[in-house]
Design a protein around this ligand. Structure first.
Ligand SMILES: [Zn+2]
Length: 441
């Protein structure tokens, strides 16, 4: 099966190369493009304060300066391209810390068995574009098969396909039969998913293998899940020793760790093992919250998916077992996470896009606010906090000199109405206009 997949992959790559008609961009030593964005208002996502009549000066792919139009006008070089966003509010490009770009809502059930790794990579190319157009200029992709996410990241970085900046995990680690394994197939198929690893030595080797093949971040399943067959989201998967081995191995090789965790015990064990973020956190309790606050562990709550999934749960080809788990767990998760929001635990925005259609990522802001997170805190979760969790505070998350020119704009006041972030009017990534005024696509 694996050889077959590789053959298909080689064939797909050959086809892509043959179809490539555009000549690669010539390497030149010419000066970088200069752009001046005239912004009606700029939101400082750290403070929530607005500054009116601003100019954002961009050189190449980076922000060179931000300041009032009066001060900046004389500094902008002749010949700089001007983009007029004087009727808009400008803020940093949005960040989603939990995506699965190479997957779709129908892949969770048995239908997903049909998708080859090359098909998943191509699905990712489509979803990367859609996600970027929705204003998410950076994503952390936490789980994909066959290193299709690594291939996608590399294709985006090479300029072959449009998409957000990506940190990618490769196959998520899972116990045999756990949330990250493929549990539909009988024993005669002798198949385990590529992230499956058991025992301290087994998980150490798997983390090293993921890193060998390009993982920027390590993802593991600390509990069972909803959209997997036969396992229980309330129960921990992996022993404390295995979790510690995963985290220590990843950290020693300079990678952060994201733990999928629904059940309270699994959350606790993962936090004690030293993970950087808890994904989902459905059964989070006061003990978990206290530990996370003490250790500075981020919560990535993935809440909007609950609304979408409950509405569409019967149309996705899921098994009765999955549907039952979703209906039981999701309402409880909303209550527990609303409680966690009040406690002041650090929150970074993550959507689990793939459970619902990609491109709806911006709905996460409104849902978090509906559940009690203050609007500015929700915006911070999707910008400056997310950048901190990713370890990318030096390059994304705020509009400051030296950072990538990753910028979105909306008509109106996003702090007063976070729903504006569901449909941004303008998107720029690294100085390139993706959507709105000045877009070349
Ligand atoms: Zn996920």
């Amino acid at each position: 099966m694996r050889h077959f997949a590789i053959t298909i992959l080689i064939f797909a790559v050959a086809q892509l190369c043959a179809a490539q008609t555009k000549a690669p961009a010539a390497i030149s030593a010419s000066t970088p493009v200069e752009i001046a964005i005239r912004a009606g208002k700029v939101l400082d996502v750290r403070t929530g304060k607005y500054a009116a009549d601003q100019i954002i000066w961009i050189e190449g792919d980076r922000i060179k300066a931000v300041g009032s139009a009066i001060d900046m006008s004389s500094k902008i070089p002749q010949g700089a391209k001007t983009i007029d966003l004087s009727n808009y509010t400008v803020l940093p490009g949005l960040i989603d810390c939990h995506t699965h770009l190479t997957m779709t809502p129908r892949d969770s059930g048995p239908f997903g068995l049909h998708a080859s790794y090359p098909r998943q990579a191509l699905t990712g190319a489509r979803n990367a574009r859609v996600t970027l157009e929705a204003g998410f200029t950076t994503v952390r992709n936490v789980g994909a098969s066959g290193y299709s996410d690594i291939a996608l990241r590399d294709a985006i970085n090479a300029g072959d396909v449009p998409g957000p900046r990506m940190l990618a995990s490769g196959p998520p680690l899972s116990i045999t039969g756990g949330h990250g394994d493929e549990n539909f197939l009988g024993p005669q198929f002798d198949w385990s998913s590529d992230g499956v690893a058991d025992g301290v030595e087994g998980v150490q080797k798997k983390v090293r293998e993921d890193i060998k093949y390009g993982a920027d971040v390590i993802k593991f399943m600390a509990t069972g899940g909803v959209l997997s067959e036969g396992d229980n989201p309330a129960l921990a998967q992996y022993s404390p020793e295995e979790m510690k081995a995963i985290v220590d191995t990843a950290h020693s090789l300079g990678r952060k760790v994201a733990a999928h965790a629904h059940g309270a015990t699994g959350i606790k064990l993962a936090v004690l093992a030293g993970v950087d973020s808890i994904e989902h956190g459905s059964y989070i309790n006061d003990e978990d919250i206290a530990l996370m606050k003490e250790r500075g562990t981020y919560l990535v709550p993935t809440v909007y998916l609950e609304d979408w999934l409950i509405e569409n749960v019967n149309a996705l080809g899921l098994t009765p077992n999955m549907i039952e788990k979703a209906k039981k767990l999701l309402p409880i998760a909303q209550q527990n996470l609303a409680h966690a929001f009040k406690s002041g635990v650090k929150v970074a925005l993550g959507t689990d896009a793939a459970v619902y259609p990609h491109g709806l990522n911006g709905h996460e802001f409104g849902k978090m606010v509906d559940m009690g997170l203050p609007p500015l805190a929700a915006i911070q979760a999707g910008t400056v906090n997310a950048a901190d969790l990713l370890g990318w505070s030096d390059r994304v998350g705020t509009l400051e000199p030296g950072k990538f020119a990753d910028i979105v704009a909306v008509e109106g006041d996003p702090v007063a109405n976070v729903h504006l972030l569901e449909n941004v009017s303008f998107v720029m990534k690294g100085g390139e206009v993706i959507k709105g005024a000045g877009a070349s696509r």
